[in-house]
Design a protein around this ligand. Structure first.
Ligand code: NAP
Length: 502
């Protein structure tokens, strides 16, 4: 509709030099680019940028936006100056301009024709607090002066809102609908499967919530190849922004050349998500905190072991929309340990008594290990010990005990508390230490163990193995574990480099 690509790179910076630098980065990937003139610090900076823009040859279709504050933008000047900037932008090579309804409605059409007649007009309306009540009436209002296209962007607070917006917009001529908010991220990507789907992807600075960066939209999601045939998977959790499962599972689908996409769903209301599985065509999903236990009541069938563990981290959507739950954390633990410790007949200590500890305890008990639990809440630890016929070890007695392996199943040591360890060096009387935490790769606990010459296993191993088991459940194909590990390690290394650079 606007330019050749459905993915529109967004260039937004406060000075002309940064705008140009971002524009050059955008041009490497995108053929449709929005220039957010309103992000520039003042009128002089806008004029400077547009003068430099006019000197360049353009490789992409450019869309100029100088949105006023009243419409959610940053431009503080008058309407007259806004129109002059847009006119300059058209002269500098922008084929399109975005005019918010707040300006379009009060400007005489003749004035807009004289100043901006050479450009193509996108009239936009933004709703930052929630969905507009009457979409058809709103669209008619936007179309009143016959623009070339209209855009409705609205904050969506549920997946149901996202579907309402999508249903209205998709298939409607010259209409762009954009769901905003963190819940909307999957809907933004999935809209690209529609003929008039359109997604804004910032080069550096997000200009609305729920946007996915240009780098990630191509790099992680390969969203440019999403079609109606693409199989949809995802992970549900709250929060979900830091999950590395999208990197891992999308890399797996790419490696096996499967037309599928894996998306992060921020789920506050589980019923809303479950109600969206069929309309969105979701074929399977991973489950993370805080939904691993709560999801069980929505399942049609649950793997007996997952039921005994009391936690489900994988759901397959089978024929007729039936939900079948599994626990692959359990498989992840065994895969991480089996080549390093002979579990049968070994004595293993688990530190912590939450959901991960339960999965670890069942896995180890099933493999024939004698399971010991140590946790700050005796009651929870006792419940796990009872379930796997294990025993409790009091925290204060750890130094007098020996274990073949110690497993940390608490979040102590996880970013941003990476300088903490659940145990001290003298507590580590064992041959191997396994930390279920994978961020950072080398936790304080693993560093202490290494210093004592004890073999260590990072949570990355479990994370990759539980993800590989999910892939196999959903696709019936062997998982490309090597590529999945690479994707996770690359993402973790990138994060570490960014943290160091700060
Ligand atoms: P959870 O259900 O919240 O349980 C956490 C456990 O740690 C609870 O027993 C909690 O005790 C205990 N704990 C928390 N802070 C503590 C502290 N300061 N000192 C002592 N104990 C403390 O969480 P979860 O789902 O089991 O997850 C635990 C860890 O497993 C996380 O770090 C997660 O990254 C990791 N995990 C890794 C993978 C993987 O694939 N690598 C998969 C799943 C989980 P209270 O009950 O007293 O609060």
């Amino acid at each position: 509709m606007i330019g050749e690509d459905k993915i529109c790179a967004v260039v937004a910076a406060s000075d002309a030099g940064s705008m140009l630098r971002q524009l050059m980065l955008a041009e490497k990937k995108a053929r449709t680019i929005e220039l957010r003139l309103d992000w520039l610090a003042n009128d002089q900076e806008i004029s400077l940028f547009l003068a430099r823009l006019a000197d360049r040859r353009h490789k992409a279709t450019l869309l100029a936006t100088c949105r006023r504050r009243i419409a959610g933008g940053r431009y503080r000047g008058s309407i007259a100056k806004q129109l002059v900037h847009l006119a300059d932008a058209i002269r500098a090579g922008c084929a399109w301009y975005d005019l918010e309804i707040e300006t379009a409605a009060i400007c005489p059409p003749e004035l807009i024709q004289v100043l901006l007649g050479e450009g193509r007009q996108l009239v936009s309306a933004h709703f930052f607090k929630g969905m507009p009540p009457k979409l058809p009436a709103l669209a008619r209002r936007l179309e009143h002066r016959k623009p070339d296209a209209i855009k409705i962007a609205a904050r969506t607070d549920s997946l149901r809102d996202c579907q309402t917006l999508a249903k209205f917009g998709h298939g409607r001529r010259n209409t762009i609908v954009i769901p905003m908010g963190d819940i909307a991220l999957p809907a933004r990507i999935l809209s690209l499967s529609e003929p008039n789907g359109f997604a804004y992807a910032p080069v550096e600075n997000a200009t609305a919530s729920g946007q996915i960066s240009l780098e990630d939209i191509y790099g992680i999601y390969r969203a440019d190849r999403v079609s109606r045939a693409t199989r949809i998977y995802g992970v549900i959790g709250n929060p979900i922004g830091h999950s590395l499962s999208p990197q891992q599972l999308n890399a797996a689908f790419a490696a096996r050349e499967i037309d599928a996409i894996y998306l992060p769903f921020l789920v506050e209301d589980l019923a809303d998500f479950v109600g969206s599985i069929a309309p969105m065509g979701i074929r399977g999903f991973s489950v993370t905190i805080p939904h691993k236990e709560r999801i069980i009541k929505y399942l049609d069938r649950c793997d007996p072991l997952a039921e005994r563990i009391g936690a489900v981290n994988t759901v397959a959507v089978l024929g007729a929309g039936k939900l079948y739950g599994y626990n692959t954390d359990y498989i992840g633990v065994l895969e991480a340990l089996k080549s390093r410790v002979r579990l049968h007949g070994s004595r293993v200590l688990i530190v912590g008594a939450g959901g991960a500890a339960r999965a670890v305890a069942f896995a180890l008990a099933q493999a024939g290990a004698a399971v010991c639990i140590s946790a700050r809440r005796q009651k929870k630890a006792q419940a796990i010990a009872n379930a796997v016929r294990g025993s409790l070890v009091h925290w204060g007695r750890l130094r007098q005990e020996f274990f073949d392996a110690i497993v940390n199943a608490t979040p102590v040591g996880m970013y941003p508390f990476e300088d903490q360890s659940p145990l001290e060096a003298n507590d580590l009387n064992c041959r191997l230490v396994f930390d279920t935490i994978y961020r950072p790769r080398k936790t304080k606990l693993l560093q202490l163990a290494e210093r004592r010459g004890i073999e260590t296993v990072s949570g990355v191993e479990m994370f990759v193995a539980q993800g590989a088991a999910q892939f196999e459940i959903w696709t019936g194909q062997p998982a490309p574990a090597g590529q999945m590990r690479r994707a996770v390690l690359d993402a973790l290394q990138r994060e570490e480099r960014m943290r160091e650079a700060k």
